[in-house]
Design a protein around this ligand. Structure first.
Ligand SMILES: *Cc1c(COP(=O)(O)O)cnc(C)c1O
Length: 390
């Protein structure tokens, strides 16, 4: 097959299977009400769980006055600034770890951390529904990768017991799963890891800012010590409403990342203004009133959706998917909501397993009660004319 044929065939398959992906263009700031492709939409697809993405602009502008645009280099050459360092210190303090190290994105943090920690001869155990970046990190590490059934700690334990690899074992999980919204049982995993001498790493992309007092994340939520959850990844593009990510851990863990995480070493440092500009949102994120409001909106949505008989999933997080099944039906439902000015994305394979296409509704503390009610009414309308399969 020629390259031309390969591209053409792959693209045609995507179209034929209702899996074609498209980018919508925003012309307004991120928020619960956006202008997109020239039309007004009530937005239920963003990861801006606290409504902070539309804040912090003044902080960023002030920081840009001081630092201007570029970092000029990677962290290990001449790109590491006071601004980066101050953000790392603030993140370590908030999440309750001795130290933290900034990465440019969560994707790069996961790729860098896993491929630095694990090597050939090791075993990496991951939840089946872990984020793509975690799986990619394991592939890059050249360790053996095994995936246990979603949230199935008995399966995890049997893989730990049956391990015949000569090397070390790394166990990796999402905290709140990005497409299901449920929360991993991290305390049980921590116990299993301790018992079997494995290292536990948790990706708290959806938990940082959402879980725990002050938004300190999954470690704080479960009241674990840093030793029980030794590798903690948080991202800055979701609840914080910014951009970037970090790994938090012990002094040695972070020293190790500086020395060996290739996606940290071989890339330009974040713009220092961005690092400094996010400190304001880091303060705002710690206001527990935001998490109280978010929980109220989640409970409002779930109570009313349940009363309508909608196929809710087992989630208490801001990620509230409705399980649909076929990709075509999920697309049709998303399109019907779109007609009513409501933006909910249909999540299809390969992001989720075959026949598990869903509407991924995300809620924010910035949504008003009225906005949630509008979503519920629209869902009730379209559900009547388009009952889902089962
Ligand atoms: C979004 C996400 C990432 C990637 O973070 P970015 O900063 O957007 O690259 C990693 N892990 C999980 C679970 C995520 O949801």
């Amino acid at each position: 097959m020629s390259w031309e044929q390969r591209l053409h065939t792959a693209l045609q398959q995507r179209r034929d299977q209702d899996l074609w992906r498209q980018r919508a263009q925003l012309s307004s700031v991120q928020g619960t009400e956006v202008t997109c492709n020239g039309e007004h939409r009530l937005n239920f697809c963003s990861n801006d769980y606290l409504g902070l993405a539309a804040q912090g602009g003044d902080d960023l502008a002030a920081a840009a006055q001081r630092w201007q645009l570029g970092s000029g280099s990677s962290h290990l050459v001449c790109g590491h600034s006071n601004a980066h360092h101050a953000l790392e210190d603030a993140l370590a303090k908030l999440t309750g770890y001795p130290r933290a190290i900034l990465f440019s994105t969560g994707y790069m943090a996961n790729l860098g951390a896993i491929s630095a920690l694990a090597r050939r001869g090791d075993l990496v155990l991951q939840d089946k529904l872990n984020h793509a970046s975690l799986l990619d990190g394991a592939v890059l590490s050249r360790a053996q990768l095994k995936r246990y059934r979603h949230a199935d700690n008995a399966h995890l334990e049997s893989l730990l017991k049956g391990n015949t690899n000569a090397g070390e074992t790394l166990v990796v999980t999402d905290t709140i799963f990005s497409m299901d919204g449920d929360l991993a049982d991290i305390p049980t995993m921590a116990e299993l890891c301790q018992k079997h001498g494995a290292l536990l790493m948790a990706d708290d992309a959806h938990g940082f800012g959402v879980l725990g007092t002050g938004g300190a994340g999954a470690r704080a939520h479960f009241d674990l010590t840093p030793e029980q959850l030794p590798v903690y990844v948080g991202t800055l593009g979701k609840a914080l409403g910014g951009y970037g990510a970090f790994v938090a851990g012990s002094e040695e863990m972070i020293d190790y990342m500086v020395q060996f995480a290739r996606s940290y070493i071989y890339t330009t440092a974040l713009p220092p203004a961005l690092a400094e500009g996010m400190l304001g949102n880091l303060e705002r994120l710690q206001n527990d009133q935001l998490r109280e409001t978010l929980q109220q909106r989640i409970q409002q949505f779930r109570t009313k959706a349940l009363a309508l008989g909608l196929p809710l999933m087992d989630s208490n997080s801001p990620i509230q998917p409705l399980m649909i099944g076929s990709a075509a039906k999920a697309m049709a439902l998303s399109a019907a909501l779109h007609k009513q000015g409501i933006w909910v994305s249909a999540i299809r394979p390969p992001t989720v397993p075959q026949n598990e296409a869903r509407l991924r509704i995300t809620l924010s503390a910035a949504h008003s009660e009225e906005q949630i009610d509008r979503l519920i009414h629209a869902l009730a309308d379209i559900w009547e004319v388009m009952p889902h399969e089962q």
